[in-house]
Design a protein around this ligand. Sequence first.
Ligand SMILES: [Zn+2]
Length: 109
Amino acid sequence: MKVIRSSFIPVKGFTAINLFGIVFARRDCLPLTERILNHEAIHSRQINELLFVGFYTLYVLEWLVRLLYFRDSKKAYKAISFEKEAFENDSNTNYLNTRKQFAFLNYIK
Ligand SMILES: [Zn+2]
């Protein structure tokens, strides 16, 4: 997985963001932990399953729906199904070897 160090991407308060399979990490958050790298690898799998555009479209739409519900951007972010799958499994370094296709669907509630 390619990691690009950046001073501006992602915005402050976030450590890394996965854009089309390339991870951008804030310089002040380096080095990335194995857990964060695994988190981003889970996103890469989700991105590939939804052919890039589908992932980002659903990601933003789900965030907007959750934002309307929670009225809190951080809570909305944490409730996105893609993030819930990644956060719940990023400490399991074997997760991607056993993960079923479209597993993020199990996290939509
Ligand atoms: Zn994430």
